[in-house]
Design a protein around this ligand. Sequence first.
Ligand SMILES: [Mg+2]
Length: 316
Amino acid sequence: MTIKTNPVYVSTKDTAEHILSKYDNFLFDCDGVIWLDNKLIPKVDKFLQLLRAHNKKFIFVSNNSSKSRQVYLEKFAELGIHNISKNEIYPTCYSAALELTKLQIPLGSKIWVLGDEGIERELTEMGYIPIGGTDSRLDSEWQENHPLLTVDPEVKAVVVGSTKKFNYMKIATTLQYLLYKNKSIPFIGTNIDRSYPGPEGIILPAGGSVVNYMAYTADREFINTGKPSSDFLDIILQDQGFKREKSLMVGDTMYTDIKFGNDGQLGDGQGSLLVLSGGTKFTDLAKLLDNRSLEDESLVPSFYAESLTSLVELLE
Ligand SMILES: [Mg+2]
């Protein structure tokens, strides 16, 4: 592995213009980059307009599995960002559905879900039959004779993602599928994020906390369909017709977003930009740079900036 040089701080008009001229395709994480919870990060709409004016392409790659692409579209519109199409949005509820097809699980199969509605919607749209998920019977207190504790033998895979309704009934039912047939049913986890930045500076648990909870309980590995999975990146690049060397990943999390861009060799090995508007602060980056080991190299961004706000202000 090559040792990366320290990241370039994008703090001058020249460096911002360099970014704009070097890359044709921008892959944006959403939470902490485009918005914080339900608040648009200031001037993000301007930045996207500027990219369009320069004939740049951009898409959104989110490890959040709770919202389907349709719901993302509605959120973008509510925040005043228009002209986005469904095929420019890649949440991990959608990548989980893509993974099921890649595993050649026949359309029409039942899939057990632990997670929010986004997963159910994307699986249904792909042609699968989600069960579990938001079924209100799972909201009950623990019952040892609960009907959903009996495994449905027609279930062909398990998908686990984030949910704000995590409870013992959901853990216990999901565990039955993860253990079924000697743990042989495929186990898909939508992401590995520990937490994400919520409103007013609060940090909230993310999907990875649920996925890893189930992996620990069942003592099983899972297939991660979120960033930094290289398979996920390959699918996106192919789908969009993006050239790897002309693409830049912009994110606020080093172990998912930045690693995704670096492992995927975007921008000829210079294809990751960390923004400090979300879950990672400058002190976190400085700590990484001070004590970096060889394994940490894939976490080191090529560039870092305060936010998309600061980038657009440099370019104005
Ligand atoms: Mg993020």
